[in-house]
Design a protein around this ligand. Sequence first.
Ligand code: ADP
Ligand code: MG
Length: 698
Amino acid sequence: MGTVPAYFGCLVFDDRVMKANLSASVYRSLKKTIDEGAKLDSGVANAVAEAMKNWAVSNGATHFTHWFQPLTGITAEKHDSFIAPAPDGGVIMDFSGKELIKGEPDASSFPSGGLRATFEARGYTAWDPTSFAFIKDKTLCIPTAFCSYGGEALDKKTPLLRSMEALNKQAMRILKLFGNEDVKCVRTSVGPEQEYFLVDKALYEQRKDLIFTGRTLFGAKPPKGQEMDDHYFGVIKPRVAAYMADLNDQLWKLGILAKTEHNEVAPAQHELAPIYTTTNIATDHNQLTMEIMQKVAAKHDLVCLLHEKPFAGVNGSGKHNNWSLATDTGINLLSPGETPYENAQFLLFLCAVIKAVDDYQDLLRIAVATAGNDHRLGANEAPPAVVSIFLGDELTGILDAIETDAPYAGVKKTTMKLGVDVLPRFARDTTDRNRTSPFAFTGNKFEFRMLGSSNSIACANIMLNAAVAESLKQYADDLEQAENFEQALHDRIQKTIRDHKRIIFNGNGYDDAWIKKATEQLGLLNYRTTPDCIPHLLDEKNVQMLTAHKVFSLSELQSRCEISLENYCKAVVIEANTMADMARKQIIPAVESYAAEVAGSAAAKLSLVPDTACSYEKNLVKKLSGLVDEMDQKTKELLCAVQGLSACADVEHEGYAIRDTVLPKMNALRAVADEAETLTAEAFWPFPTYSELLFGVR
Ligand code: ADP
Ligand code: MG
């Protein structure tokens, strides 16, 4: 296969391929579109389409598709072949600029939350030239945005691109004030660390819960879990190593910068992190990575679980969204600079993030809210549902000094007067010790740690970009009018620290005392579950901000609110029905047969030795029979709770009912079944146990 540099990106229509296959003038026009959003004329589009098709066909592609990210959370594609009939009865491979730029999938079955009545089935997909086309499964995939005919976004890419544009616009205003005349644009970059589990495929296929819901709904604690801390960064087992090597190859061919891989805390849990890149591309790449992870697993007779909580009692999987913003001239705006002026600029951007996270805690929480992630947040394995920022002692000390105009001991000059002093560089190891913080400054970037492993990173970044754009807008509105820029700058930074310091917390985020203080004294929000937070998407202040920056329209927000709640309800109802099915058709019959066997052996004993007490058998049969009755009862109650949902007036109330009635009934049924598992002979248990699933891959 050759060396990695030789095949990296070989399935991507990237800059190298464009340069080699397009005429100089077409290449220049396309670059202008990519870099500056200029409109492509149809001549150029046709030339690009022709080159793309020739390249794809010569690399084995037979089909093309507009690849998009509907609100289902996964990607969608509808394939068309390149073939067109030729007059001689044969075919030619054909692809036009029109087909490249716009597609019209039948959109009626994608969730739209009422945005598009089903009879108006057509939505359209529009090429996003900022993300390179690639080949997957003999198909040329063209990254696209997906909109309704009225122009409303039906996907995650469109608002993400809008949020990047909003942030660019406001950040440019600030940079102008600092005299950065050479900067043409500001972009956010993201490096998402992806956690996942690998389980043996043959075992997976015996569990309806994994197949239907992605997580185990039953399962007693295995004798060994993660208590020995021997898995984190442990030696990678041969089967897993082979999987990772194959995965890297596939990702590298797709131009994805897969970089770091290691075992995670839980047994069978692993992590993959790419090198960071522009948010839009990082998002496409993360979606693609999740898909390829699952495909490659199948080749190795494994299944890759991306669910946030596949196993109770061991850590679930998240995704860390490392985020920073940088200029096209290569300056990271979250990195302290060399000069006092650069440092003042750094502090202003830092403050913009602090203010954004405090003002829009709810939007960040909403961006990661799913039924799966509800099992992690606040469960002492992932950040709490209360959003706070970790800055580290050094940076917090500096902000404290600015707040009170006091001298800061850590800096050579005594008074922290902006524009005068030189800030220290923040070494990563002084800033990255706290792993319990939802939102941590790690030297030159922020790490947002609340995302679930299956979340699209688009949602979190849309909210983050928009909220920071809003802070910067307020700063720019003020500073552009200031008579004394330096004074106004100082005042703004100081005011931000005073107004928003409550959101800064450097302690242990898992500590109950913090949650109590945060919610009761500081007034921070604590939305524990998805139905608790999603309706707040439509709070006045959120609608106001997101529409002002043109990231969402009101109707888009309403539809997203509806879809998120719907997804939550559907996910839990499927889980509830799967539980009932497994309890009735698998667990109860298994426990019954085992009890019958035990009773049978007692009867046999008695016939041989009539005065035997058989107390072991009697007690066990009595216990098992009691548990079976209880399981039957709890299953009925669960199904009754599910049926009760039809009485809910709307999806919001259905969400509450699920939270308050269905989920507790699921937990109750599980507790009884798990107890029965510990008392039932292994040979009788109807599906693989936690021990087998968690330790089965070697
Ligand atoms: P850790 O596991 O300690 O948090 P990793 O090294 O595994 O750290 O992952 C850090 C991630 O942050 C990587 O994806 C890396 O590319 C990314 N990253 C580094 N610098 C930046 C930056 N300036 N902006 C965004 N992401 C970054
Ligand atoms: Mg991390």
